[in-house]
Design a protein around this ligand. Structure first.
Ligand SMILES: [Zn+2]
Length: 218
């Protein structure tokens, strides 16, 4: 199906990043409300300690998974055209993917609250990142948006879906209604999810294992 497709796109969700120990934002259990700007302002030390533990440390220590790297290779080989993701971890871009629509924004966009300057993901490595110029606190864009849709990325993703003739969903439960009715869907997820009923091909397995097996074949 992938070799036959002319415009294959991939939709990824939390499931692709769990092998890097990055949690699912929607089902996060945390001592503080990680999506709260107030929590960040009230106690920056505590907030960033938790944010590091949950996101920053796994992103930099575990890095992109085999699946992220495989998808970057598929794009390089022109077998897929782009990736729509509900993840904020920026791992697709860190793996080398170029066409990524991060519909909930990502950790590579961070605002300083006082002056509005914007800085990339590396800035988050500081224990409590503060602006070297105005001293303001840094807030990751997904938190700034209160885990809301990034309109530009969302419009881009919708445009891609209009061109798609194949969609591969990986560890995802989101963006379901945006897939056109008349195209093939491959769903890769260890457990049953609602893409199963829509997919022409369902693989109940972790994507790292699936891609290890089909890499040589492709
Ligand atoms: Zn500043």
């Amino acid at each position: 199906m992938l070799k036959r497709a002319n415009n294959a796109y991939v939709i990824t969700g939390a499931g692709i990043s769990t092998s890097a120990d990055i949690p699912d934002l929607e089902h996060l259990s945390s001592s503080i409300d990680i999506s709260s700007e107030t929590a960040l302002k009230n106690d920056p030390q505590q907030y960033y300690a938790e944010f590091h533990k949950l996101f920053i440390d796994p992103v930099f220590e575990n890095g992109p998974t085999d699946s992220h790297r495989f998808l970057a290779k598929l794009e390089e080989d022109d077998l897929i055209k782009g990736i729509v993701t509900t993840n904020i971890d920026f791992l697709h871009e860190l793996a080398g993917s170029k066409n990524v629509a991060d519909i909930w924004s990502n950790l590579n966009r961070n605002h300083y609250l006082k002056c509005g300057r914007i800085f990339p993901i590396e800035t988050l490595k500081s224990a409590v990142p503060t602006c070297p110029i105005c001293g303001g606190l840094l807030i990751p864009d997904p938190v700034y948006r209160h885990i809301g849709i990034d309109e530009n990325a969302y419009l881009r993703a919708n445009q891609w879906m209009k061109q798609a003739d194949l969609v591969i969903t990986i560890g995802s439960n989101g963006y379901y209604d945006n897939i056109p009715n008349d195209i093939n869907v491959i769903n890769i997820n260890p457990k049953r999810n609602h893409f199963d009923q829509r997919a022409q091909l369902t693989i109940h397995s972790k994507s790292d294992l699936v891609f290890d097996q089909i890499y040589d074949y492709l």
